[in-house]
Design a protein around this ligand. Structure first.
Ligand code: SF4
Ligand code: SF4
Length: 287
């Protein structure tokens, strides 16, 4: 089974539109939205949820007020200021380190599971989908990405699908690493801006570190052809294929408004470029 993750050095590069376009072209595939902090692939794929699972991220302290003797040891030792002077827990600040439980002389504190979000298994018009929702201000998104990927893999095995396409998170943090580890290929979507070039170099560094082959797509290449040339030269010098150069096209926004992928919505130049890019990605994946 082949796995492709679509990532970008930062948000807003058109990564999800490309993932949705690939969804309408790919056959026998499971889709995974691993951008759990800002999931939006569902806006286009319109999943019909078949199964919902609770997700527990970091643990959280729970203080038993009846047992508490107000000695304030937990207050003094909490480095995250998550316990106030009246020995109330400030939920959003608790990092689940467990120090308060350790120092409490009367065992009034226990570390308990924290409801951090939900993982879903769904059907879409293009095939099955694994996705998730992280509650506001919850962390552990790397752990939730792993849950989504495991769900996608289970579905692929169960339904005999031969491919998983993952819409990864932006940036280079823990959730990105969780979304690319062990995949066969990453497609990095970038734009021709100076900051995006810098982000591209960083994300390529991460892929290289984990020994994952990478190819690049320059989105909106025509908004700055000089920078596009710089990206192409950089990739050429580092032996990285630029598999697609997509023009700026307002049709991307229009298709999103209509809850369709670009491929479904239009058969213009942009769609043709994406179809060609998908062909190249498939070819690299099959090597
Ligand atoms: S678990 Fe750690 S962060 Fe949370 S209240 Fe206890 S000491 Fe503070
Ligand atoms: S350490 Fe235990 S007994 Fe002391 S204030 Fe905290 S909860 Fe209460």
């Amino acid at each position: 089974m082949k796995q492709l993750t679509i990532i970008s050095g930062k948000g807003g590069t058109g990564k999800t539109s490309i993932a949705a376009a690939f969804a309408s072209l790919a056959k026998n595939t499971v889709f995974a939205d691993c951008d759990v902090d800002a999931a939006d692939l569902h806006l286009i794929l319109k999943p019909e949820i078949k199964k919902t699972m609770g997700f527990h991220g970091l643990k959280i302290a729970s203080i038993d007020k009846y047992m508490c003797t107000k000695c304030k040891k937990c207050y003094d030792h909490c480095k995250f200021n998550a316990i106030d002077e009246d020995i109330n827990l400030i939920r959003e600040s608790c990092e689940g380190c467990g120090v308060c439980e350790y120092v409490c002389p009367v065992d009034a504190i226990a570390m308990v599971e924290r409801d951090s979000g939900f993982a879903y298994i769904s059907d879409t018009r293009f095939g099955p989908m694994a996705h998730a929702m992280l509650k506001t201000a919850e962390e552990a998104s790397g752990k939730l990405v792993t849950v989504v990927r495991e769900n996608a893999k289970d579905i692929a095995e169960d339904k005999k699908k031969n491919q998983i396409i993952i819409d990864g998170p932006p940036g280079i943090g823990c959730p990105v690493i969780s979304s690319i580890s062990g995949v066969d290929l990453v497609l990095i979507v970038t734009e021709p801006t100076l900051s995006a070039i810098h982000d591209l170099e960083r994300i390529l560094g991460v892929a290289h570190h984990f020994d994952i082959p990478a190819v690049v797509c320059v989105n909106k290449y025509d908004i700055n052809r000089d920078n596009t040339e710089k990206i192409e030269n950089y990739c050429k010098n580092h032996n990285i294929d630029v598999v697609g150069k997509l023009p700026y096209d307002a049709i991307v926004t229009e298709s999103m408004i209509h809850e369709k992928s670009v491929i479904e919505f239009s058969d213009g130049e942009l769609s043709n470029n994406i179809i060609r890019m998908w062909g190249k990605v498939k070819e690299v994946l099959s090597r």
